[in-house]
Design a protein around this ligand. Structure first.
Ligand code: SF4
Length: 349
């Protein structure tokens, strides 16, 4: 099976920028970016990130606001904050060298068992399987495993199975071959492409025709729906921002001021007046929807012009910034992209 899969990998592997020079740093950054994010989305982010932060030292030293700006739109910002914490740990405790031992890697901030195994096997050729959701699905189908694959028991079975076929000389390529099978052949949604699969000859699920039943479907939990009203409050070339709480969803990020509920125009004017603003114009900025992992924001927006009489004291956490500064330097969560797009034309007015 090993030779078959490596031959398949040599012929069909995906060409990805981090694979062309798989240093520990490149593997690490790419694996963190790829968590919950599609490869096509990650590539331009990865290239921009490497241009500006080419090594552990630059990552450890970059100001947080700049780091968040490089991550803007990728979501799950704790990932990049943890990456910077880990870079500082590596500089302080490992002389700037990313460890090769998976157990030491797992002690670094934000690095779990899967990422540690990916770094160790791909960059250092350590013989360890890197099992994530994709590989669990491939395992379940190969073995016609009918139980829930999101359990520790299933993970252990998959790790043992893949470890037994990892070669000494190319464990990283074997892991990447399995990742590619999971991403491009043994698909998570829709029918797997069994006719193109190197495992087709010995896959139990294919043999038994159980592709629709394995892996066992997850019971979907209902997402909470929040209704919000978002405000683009503009005073000449300034826009009002609010910094979110340091804990919880989108922790510590800047956002456009918003409030619970779907406000009518008069209510929206009252909301702005509560800051002490003198509203000169208000118009709808349209609805928007953002889906998080456990909740959905249904938003409605208003673009508001205020007379150039900004009150000297704003409530804590609120501040006006030049629109140009927002565009160039401040990371706004993707949930607000439908509204941040609207202020770019304001600059050319
Ligand atoms: S043969 Fe089909 S079901 Fe089995 S591993 Fe390959 S793609 Fe998945």
């Amino acid at each position: 099976m090993t030779g078959l899969l490596l031959d398949w990998y040599d012929a069909h592997r995906r060409f990805l920028p981090w694979r062309e020079d798989p240093t520990p740093y490149h593997v690490w950054v790419s694996e963190i970016m790829l968590q919950q994010t599609r490869v096509d989305t990650v590539i331009p982010y990865y290239e921009r990130f490497m241009k500006e932060l080419p090594d552990v030292r630059t990552l450890a030293e970059v100001p947080e606001e700049r780091l968040l700006k490089l991550w803007e739109g990728l979501g799950y910002y704790s990932r990049v904050r943890n990456m910077q914490k880990a870079a500082i740990q590596i500089m302080q405790d490992h002389n700037g060298v990313i460890p090769s031992d998976p157990a030491r890697l797992e002690k670094l901030s934000g690095i779990g068992a899967y990422t540690a195994a990916a770094i160790a096997s791909i960059a250092y050729q350590v013989r360890i399987p890197s099992v994530d959701g994709n590989l669990l699905r491939v395992y379940a189908r190969l073995a016609a495993y009918r139980e829930d694959i999101r359990t520790a028991a299933a993970k252990k079975l998959a790790e043992n199975a893949f470890l037994s076929v990892l070669p000494k000389d190319r464990p990283g390529d074997m892991n990447q071959a399995l990742m590619d099978i999971g991403a491009t052949i043994c698909l998570p949604n829709g029918a797997p492409l069994c006719n193109d699969c190197p495992f087709a000859g010995f896959c139990e699920t294919k043999k038994k025709g159980l592709q629709d039943e394995i892996p066992k479907a997850r019971e979907k939990s209902e997402k909470l729906v929040d209704h919000k009203t978002v405000f683009l409050i503009l005073a000449d070339d300034l826009v009002l921002l609010h910094r979110r709480d340091r804990k919880g969803l989108l922790a510590g990020l800047y956002e456009f001021p918003n409030t619970e509920g779907t406000l009518k125009k008069e209510e929206a004017v009252r909301y702005c007046s509560s800051f002490g603003f003198d509203v000169s114009d208000i118009k709808p900025a349209g609805p928007a929807r953002h889906v998080f992992s456990h909740r959905i924001w249904e938003m409605t927006g208003y673009e508001v012009r205020i007379l150039n009489s900004i009150p000297p004291v704003l409530p804590e956490g609120y501040l006006f910034v030049p629109i140009r500064t927002l565009i160039d330097e401040i990371a706004i969560p993707a949930a607000f992209f439908a509204y941040s797009r609207l202020i770019i034309p304001v600059l050319s007015e």
